[in-house]
Design a protein around this ligand. Structure first.
Ligand code: NAG
Ligand code: NAG
Ligand code: NAG
Ligand code: NAG
Ligand code: NAG
Length: 794
């Protein structure tokens, strides 16, 4: 940039600054803050005497001062999601409950749309965004969502605390809430959580600080639902009554890992406890899980909130200990649950203190956790980070809509592409396209659950109409497709067309919160719709599937007349054009499935409610997820094609890796399948410094004719013969972009302890010595390398 340009830019910047300050000065929409000296003046209070308004003090000191000025009744009135405020302290009410799972939503009462802001950007649901395996994208979406949230807050329409993301691991393919989650791998789920939470929360310049007393928040995020929560309503067993029987090993290795990463690496401001019980105890009343694991071990900087009406569920659903409401409130407070989404705390906590079920000091501790978060958000001192500048123009901006489309493009998974049918080349002359099926003219189905009101829809029919004349036929009445009445019309449409796109799959009437699936097939007559079209077809047939959970599509894999299959998750409001961009080759797909697609028979032999991840030998219990299930699949975890091809080579791996043992560190025994005993088979990871790095240099080559992105997966396998070891475990992944014909060396720096450990059946994390294996890639083209881990005894 030339000097003169810099000067010009500065001048423009200054003019904008003047404009903004004038606007603020005129007080058109004066920003609210608790510590407003004028407000206190009118109450005849000198604000400088209020320590909670002293910006020079750390947040915890300020919070304590504020709490100490309240009566017990006033304190208790702040412990429900509708906090009532305290008039004599100029503390207004605050609604804690807002949602922003994949865009600012009006599902929670803290946020709403109006004439001025009728909508917000709606991104694909999380399962599709995850499929991009692009951490930058995950974080960028969080940043855009929090820009829109702050803008809506400035306009008086939104809260500052968002109870998102949902980070439960997908354990069973029937689960109704897969759409909200980042899939089945706990490490991927954890990385998604860290990125999305940091996108929502981080204020630039303060990202690295671990001290909450100096660390402001853009908005507060919340990782939910802790813990082992993944049964909604299956054959009459619902989450309000379900007791998840979970081993400590599965807890540490699978269910808790994403939450640990969210708290420790994401520094999230909140965790939500779930409705279910774990091993008999409702999670929201479990001191070991809440105060112990989340607050003491992981060091949460924030508050623990109940899923809405959890205490009522404890009393009336679980009938836990035959508690009265007062007793249940006492237990939840003692366990470390700070905020009640609901009315039980405000109604019963005063009596709980009076009856000795909980101390006032314990109430104070919870209230302080809440107030510190509000202080970090600027609720007392005014917007941090310059966010006052955000307004109406920052909501539904063209750049935000484009990012929504980009997220869908990056996530879409190409499942089948016989004879390179896709991308479709549109020649001269206007082709005719049959666009059929229950999702062909889709709108709301594309944005799934926990959505807001969207600014705009790009429907499949409209997007494909950009490339040719569209003949539309629904083929079915809704995705349940109760009869074959519409099929004939769809077949007729197909016969007139140069190519047929069949949009099928599921929606919230089949898989949703409070609604688990009973089978893994297409609902109703959808299968008949597809097969009758394909039987009659003479031109290309392309199937596009909307769903979160996997579907047994073996009949389509084998059908030579269905040349291509695309999975588009629930692609968000811009889904139509993202799909068209893939079909017609503006975008080369690189998405990968974040869950295993099982055959329909997988679920025949065991109930959804059986929690173990590992298979049970000599039984019909096959194990769950790619880490433990060794049977046949429709598509494995990580599957996805491209319009180009890639090849891998491992250029180098650190070998051997010697881990230094502490002076008094002892070897640990490990259970081998053949019962063998060796000298020093393993060490305890928690006793080790884990400084050593294993560097893996993977070379990836785009061997095809098109540029394209590609996700490189790195798995580790422990030495052979260890009882209960996973088949493999994902330890790193990276999405890279490669121009056709070029190569790139992608380095991965793995931690010698954490990335090669196993969780023993007593739940200890052990690092085995011996020959470990690294796999780069996913499937037939994967390459492996071996290296040895040994111990240096000092
Ligand atoms: C949480 O655990 C700590 C450490 O064990 C203990 O000192 C504290 O009293 C506990 N708090 C509650 C509310 O149980
Ligand atoms: C497609 O959906 C829109 C609503 O989004 C509706 O107005 C239109 O009639 C539908 N088209 C057909 C052909 O059913
Ligand atoms: C998975 O099954 C195959 C045979 O179907 C077997 O060879 C292999 O050892 C099994 N792998 C594991 C980790 O159990
Ligand atoms: C990852 O996402 C970001 C944000 O959309 C994008 O700029 C980048 O190109 C993506 N990376 C790859 C390799 O696709
Ligand atoms: C929070 C939310 O959006 N929940 C909805 C999820 O989908 C089901 C089925 O449509 C609705 O009943 C829920 O209200």
């Amino acid at each position: 940039m030339h000097q003169s340009q810099i000067m010009a830019a500065l001048q423009v910047g200054f003019a904008v600054f003047l404009l903004l300050s004038t606007y603020n000065y005129l007080g058109v929409e004066a920003e609210f803050l608790v510590c407003d000296s004028k407000a206190f003046e009118s109450m005849k209070i000198d604000m400088s005497t209020l320590r909670f308004c002293d910006k020079n003090l750390p947040y915890d000191v300020r919070a304590k001062d504020l709490v100490d000025r309240m009566t017990l009744e006033e304190k208790v009135a702040q412990l429900g999601d509708k906090a009532l405020g305290v008039q004599h302290l100029n503390l207004p009410g605050y609604e804690w409950w807002s949602e922003a799972l994949h865009g600012v939503s009006d599902v929670g009462p803290g946020t709403h749309f109006d004439k001025n802001v009728p909508a917000a950007t709606s991104f694909p649901t999380v399962i599709l965004t995850t499929s991009s395996f692009n951490e930058t994208l995950w974080k960028t979406i969080g940043e855009v969502v929090s820009d829109e949230a702050r803008a809506m807050y400035n306009l008086g329409l939104a809260g500052l605390t968002y109870w998102s993301p949902t980070i439960n691991v997908v354990r069973d393919p029937r689960w109704g809430r897969i759409t909200e989650t980042p899939g089945e791998d706990p490490y991927v789920v954890g990385r998604y959580a860290v990125n999305y939470v940091r996108g929502l929360q981080d204020v630039k310049g303060f990202e690295k600080s671990r001290n909450p007393n100096t660390r402001p928040l853009k908005v507060g995020a919340c990782c939910k639902h802790f813990a082992a929560y993944d049964v909604d309503n299956w054959k009459g067993i619902d989450r309000y009554h379900f007791d998840a029987r979970v081993t400590e090993r599965d807890m540490v290795e699978t269910f808790n890992l994403p939450f640990k990463m969210c708290v420790k690496d994401g520094d999230v401001a909140s965790v939500m406890c779930s409705y279910n019980r774990v091993n008999g105890i409702p999670v929201c009343a479990d001191p070991k899980l809440l105060n112990g694991t989340i607050r003491q071990h992981w060091n949460l900087n924030g508050y623990i909130v109940a899923d809405c009406d959890s205490i009522e569920v404890m009393v009336n659903g679980h009938k836990f200990l035959n508690d009265t409401p007062i007793e249940a409130v006492g237990q939840a407070l003692k366990a470390g649950m700070d905020l009640d989404c609901g009315k039980y705390y405000p109604e019963y906590a005063t009596q709980a203190v009076r009856q000795g079920k909980v101390t006032e000091a314990e109430i104070d501790a919870s209230l302080k956790n809440l107030i510190i978060v509000l202080l970090r958000l600027g609720w007392f001192d005014g917007n941090p980070g310059g966010y006052s500048r955000l307004g109406k123009n920052d909501i539904c901006s063209p750049a935000h809509l484009e990012l929504s489309a980009e997220a869908a493009r990056q996530g879409i998974v190409l499942l089948k592409n016989d004879k390179n049918t896709l991308p479709l080349v549109v020649g001269t002359g206007k082709p005719k396209f049959a666009v059929v099926g229950p999702h062909a003219n889709s709108t709301v189905a594309m944005i799934g659950n926990y959505s807001g009101v969207t600014c705009h829809y790009s429907k499949p029919t409209d997007a494909i109409a950009e490339y040719g004349d569209v003949i539309y036929a629904a083929g079915c009445q809704g995705v349940k497709c109760p009869n074959g009445d519409g099929i004939g019309q769809a077949v007729q449409a197909s016969k007139q067309a140069d190519a047929t796109f069949i949009f099928v799959g599921l929606d919230l009437s089949v898989e949703a919160e409070s609604l688990d699936r009973n089978d893994l097939n297409f609902p109703g007559s959808q299968k008949a719709l597809i097969t009758q079209i394909s039987e009659a077809a003479t031109k290309p047939v392309i199937v596009v599937i909307f769903s979160a959970g996997g579907i047994d599509i073996s009949f389509l894999q084998q059908d030579p007349k269905v040349q291509a299959i695309i999975w588009a998750g629930y692609p968000g409001a811009e889904g139509g054009r993202a799909i068209a961009d893939v079909i017609f080759g503006k975008h080369n797909p690189a998405g990968r499935l974040p869950i295993t697609w099982y055959p329909a028979s997988y679920i025949d032999n065991f109930p959804m409610t059986s929690m173990p991840l590992r298979p049970v030998p000599d039984s019909k219990y096959p194990g769950r997820t790619y880490k433990f299930y060794n049977g046949s699949t429709i598509y494995p975890f990580g599957y996805g094609l491209s319009y180009t091809t890639f090849r891998y080579a491992i250029r180098s791996v650190t070998n051997p890796v010697m881990v230094d043992l502490g002076k008094f560190q002892q070897c640990k025994q490990i259970q081998f399948l053949d019962g063998r005993k060796t000298d020093c088979p393993a060490i305890l990871v928690d006793e080790s410094q884990c400084m050593q790095v294993v560097t893996v240099k993977a070379m990836v080559t785009n061997t095809g004719k098109r540029d394209g992105a590609h996700v490189v997966f790195v798995y580790s396998i422990p030495p052979s013969g260890i009882a209960g070891a996973p088949i493999k475990r994902l330890v790193a992944f990276k999405r890279v972009f490669l121009v056709a014909g070029t190569s790139q060396v992608v380095p991965f720096n793995l931690n010698a302890c954490r990335d090669f450990s196993i969780i023993a059946d007593d739940a200890y994390e052990l690092l085995p010595s011996g020959q470990h294996t690294i796999i780069v890639g996913n499937g037939n083209d994967a390459v492996t390398a071996q290296f040895t881990i040994g111990f240096n005894h000092n």
